[in-house]
Design a protein around this ligand. Structure first.
Ligand SMILES: Nc1ncnc2c1ncn2[C@@H]1O[C@H](COP(=O)(O)OP(=O)(O)OP(=O)(O)O)[C@@H](O)[C@H]1O
Length: 585
């Protein structure tokens, strides 16, 4: 039974614990197997032996009982503990290591993979698949080897009792394995389809939980239920097929299992009649044939767990082997700040090969200045920030930080220099203070409070039930959009990076708060590069340079006044927004 090659190192690390477990197993299983031999002795050598006086027989019986019980309680019992404990520990260690590695992998995955795959589908590998591997390990490392050892031992004793009868028993048992193997092959493809579909189902459920608010608003419950029923019906189709193959396999194998001892004892009786076998030996033989049933049925029942485990192992290692395109060079350069400039040189990029989004883009951003990208929706503004944080690499051209191609820099070191606030900033389910402290884990409380003041968040935080210690629900649902944005801003102010990226970062604030927050941004950004993406042009009029984007190209750039004077697309946009604002006012 081959173990998947990438799984081998995990198993090897637990070799010591497995050996202890196996040692415990050998004693725990082999001790009860010696009992039929003792019974044979009692029958043939003691009870049926007329030359031994009855008093001696009683004494010998008591002695044998004492020895057998002592071995059971003093050896077999403790060995059961050793077996269970060490094998579980080894299995648990492997599960823990697999989960740790899978978790680490999540952090290396490309942004593309994370947006293309639903979190529920990724989570399935982390939970369900890894649990299936536990079932596989229990079957393969805890049960199969010991059951095979027991089987070999039983067969060995049987052959020592009677050769022909043993041959018959082995032939009949082999038929059980052939049947089980036949069914397990059919089981494999169904299991694979079922497990793949379970990922889809989990992805669907996770997404619906995340979008539950929206579903209520749009009263889409009926449609979602229909979709769920469709998914469940497909999933049931696979589980049903799996159940049918399992049931067929077990019924065929169990019929044989029940019939074998009967057939063997009948055949054995013929040998007793011929005087070829003693009655005690036949009774012992029957006991051993019966004992064979347990390892055989354990092995046969292990087939589904092994099949599922193998599929799960492949899914988990496929995930771990997901190719990563955003990689560091062998000797990445580290930077302590963005000292001078960020340059896009003839950058082009597309998310999909058939649709080029950014075309031949070139510009330079200098330290200490504020830049803004504005323009039509879908024009590629946020994508520029994605490229700047190296979530994606350009298809053509290069991005230079202080003259060095970004690809040559340490990714984490480069991201250390960048702080980002987006329209929908993610907050963790932890306290407000912990959420802000993500910006700088070593920051003192006073520094956190100062950052919150700069983001105009301090007052509303103090008014929360537990102030800075208030726990935020998943995705910060207890806060308003504007409050979340100010916490995300405080996080960036605390981080104090060289480059600040603001993607509609103040869009949820009222006009007054937005003005104050922008004053803060201007104050902290004197020695930084600030890059803003905004629709409301009133928030970017102070920028040193505004880039106007359309269909992935910069069509105009300059300061607010220059762009108004140029009287082109920007001016039209600005005039349109102003007139809308006036009419709303
Ligand atoms: N992860 C992604 N995978 C595939 N396509 C994407 C992805 N992110 C954005 N796009 C597409 O790329 C285009 C540009 O998106 P981008 O978010 O950069 O535009 P934007 O100018 O910031 O728009 P908006 O002002 O509406 O935020 C859009 O058509 C969008 O559908």
């Amino acid at each position: 039974m081959g173990v998947l090659p990438p799984f081998k190192p995990y198993v090897k690390k637990q070799k010591g614990l497995y050996l202890l477990g196996f040692a415990g197993s050998v004693f725990r299983f082999l001790i009860p197997l010696s009992v039929p031999v003792v019974i044979k002795y009692v029958f043939d050598e003691l009870l049926q032996n007329a030359s031994v006086p009855n008093g001696d027989k009683v004494r010998q019986l008591l002695f044998i009982t004492a020895i057998v019980l002592a071995v059971f309680f003093l050896v077999r019992g403790p060995m059961e503990y050793v077996r269970q404990y060490f094998l579980h520990r080894a299995n648990n260690n492997i599960i823990k290591e697999l989960r740790t590695d899978a978790f680490r992998k999540i952090y290396t995955l490309d942004a593309k993979y994370l947006t293309d795959n639903k979190s529920g589908e990724i989570g399935t590998r982390f939970f369900d698949d890894i649990e299936k591997i536990r079932g596989y390990m229990t079957a393969v490392f805890s049960n199969i080897w010991i059951e095979l050892t027991v089987l070999a031992f039983v067969v060995g004793i049987m052959f020592s009792l009677h050769f022909e009868l043993s041959l018959l028993a082995v032939m009949l048992v082999s038929m059980q394995f052939v049947l089980a193997h036949f069914f397990s092959k059919r089981l494999k493809s169904t299991t694979q389809q079922m497990m793949n579909y379970r990922s889809v189902l989990n992805g669907f459920i996770f997404e619906k939980i995340q979008g539950a608010f929206l579903a209520k608003l749009f009263a889409s419950e009926k449609k979602d239920k229909e979709e769920l029923n469709g998914h469940l019906a497909r999933y049931e189709h696979f589980t049903d097929r799996q159940a049918r193959i399992n049931a067929l396999s077990l019924s065929a194998v169990n019929v044989l299992s029940d019939a074998i001892p009967f057939v063997v004892v009948l055949a054995g009786s013929l040998f007793v009649i011929d005087g070829n076998l003693t009655l005690g030996a036949l009774i012992a033989f029957f006991a051993y044939v019966d004992r064979m049933r347990s390892p055989v049925s354990a092995l046969v029942q292990a087939f589904p767990a092994i099949t599922e485990g193998n599929v799960a192992l492949r899914r988990v290692f496929d995930f771990m082997d997901t190719p990563v395109s955003i990689k560091e060079t062998e000797f990445p350069r580290t930077i302590n700040e963005v000292a001078d400039s960020i340059t896009f040189r003839k950058v082009s990029f597309s998310y999909r090969p058939d649709r080029e989004l950014i075309k031949d883009l070139s510009f330079t951003l200098r330290k200490g200045k504020t830049y803004a990208f504005v323009g039509e929706s879908g024009g590629g503004k946020s994508t520029i920030l994605q490229l700047l944080t190296r979530m994606y690499d350009p298809d053509g051209g290069e991005i230079l930080i202080d003259g060095v191609n970004m690809k040559e820099l340490s990714i984490s070191g480069m991201r250390e220099q960048i702080g980002i606030v987006t329209q929908d900033s993610f907050l963790y389910s932890s306290s407000v203070i912990d959420n802000i402290r993500m910006g700088s884990l070593e920051a003192e409380d006073a520094e956190v409070f100062a950052a919150a003041r700069k983001a105009y968040a301090h007052d509303f935080i103090c008014a929360l039930p537990n102030g800075y210690e208030t726990e935020l629900g998943e995705r910060g649902v207890k806060l308003s959009g504007g409050q979340k944005q100010r916490i995300a801003l405080a996080r960036v102010f605390l981080k104090n990076p060289s480059v600040i990226l603001l993607d509609e970062a103040t869009s949820a604030l009222d006009n007054e708060s937005e003005k104050l927050v922008h004053q803060s941004i201007q104050e902290v950004s004197r020695d930084k590069t600030v890059i803003m993406v905004a629709h409301r042009l009133s928030t970017v009029i102070h920028a040193d340079r505004i880039f106007v984007m359309r269909q992935g190209r910069i069509i105009e750039s300059g300061c607010h006044n220059d762009l108004l004077t140029a009287d082109k697309y920007y001016k039209a946009l600005y005039t349109e927004q102003n007139s809308t604002d006036m009419s709303v006012a």
